[in-house]
Design a protein around this ligand. Structure first.
Ligand SMILES: *Cc1c(COP(=O)(O)O)cnc(C)c1O
Length: 231
């Protein structure tokens, strides 16, 4: 029954405590508030409570919110959903970040369609570190190639990697996958100076992700409450 402001505060306190527990600085870990399916009034409540980064999964819905909230200054909009190639223009023209880039064709289109008056679009590559068949995202090997491609596209700025958690309750397996993400991230970071973001960890696995080196956790339900199923 808490308000959005109270739940945000709890999420921030959790991040702070998880960071301290593994001797990391709390300010190394950003909170992305995942607002998909939630009304703009919820986003405004979080904004008033100091939240500036928001994640959206559906292009049309996200763009509508972005265009109706231009008075919210210094807000950062992250696209985190699957990308169809006929939607890249809307993403390039409206969002500040895209975390779900998983193929060269999409990267090229976003680069071509990013308007010149805007700063480069911040990009994370979505990695399917466990090679799960049902999941989108690239393998580690494909991520190396894609990182190199994106690094040469002038209207994109490669910021890092995004992982969707593996479907398991086994903490050991989870840690293994998070650690593989972290090694891949460190490897790419040693070659590409703009990398500063390892987006992994959601409500269920925030502490494990932070222990493994995450710099951004993505939390929806714990801040905004349960979502209705989207058709
Ligand atoms: C929905 C979503 C989240 C947030 O999930 P919750 O369970 O609501 O916290 C995080 N990351 C991605 C990519 C999502 O699609």
């Amino acid at each position: 029954m808490n308000t959005i402001a109270e739940r945000l505060e709890i999420a921030r306190t959790n991040i702070t405590n998880f960071a301290r527990n593994c001797s990391r600085k709390p300010n190394e870990i950003q909170l992305l508030a995942v607002s998909k399916t939630k009304p703009l009034s919820d986003i405004k409540a979080a904004y008033t409570a100091g939240q500036r980064s928001f994640g959206e999964n559906y292009v049309q819905e996200g763009v509508e919110k972005i265009q109706s909230s231009t008075e919210l200054t210094d807000i950062n909009w992250h696209f985190i959903g699957p990308i169809q190639s006929n939607k890249t223009r809307l993403i390039a023209e409206n969002f500040d970040w895209v975390q779900s880039v998983d193929r060269e064709k999409i990267a090229n289109r976003l680069n071509e369609q990013r308007p010149n008056h805007l700063p480069p679009l911040n990009v994370c590559i979505q990695v399917n570190i466990a090679n799960e068949e049902s999941k989108s995202g690239v393998t580690a090997e494909q991520a190396r190639l894609l990182a190199n491609t994106i690094n040469h596209l002038p209207n994109l700025c490669l910021r890092g990697l995004m992982a969707i958690p593996v479907n398991t309750k086994d903490k050991k397996i989870q840690i293994q996958h998070f650690n593989s993400m972290k090694s891949l991230y460190d490897e790419l970071k040693s070659n590409i100076a703009t990398l500063d973001t390892l987006s992994m960890g959601m409500s269920q696995d925030t502490s494990t992700a932070i222990e493994s080196g995450s710099t951004m956790v993505r939390i929806g339900t714990a801040i905004f409450g349960a979502r209705e199923i989207k058709k």
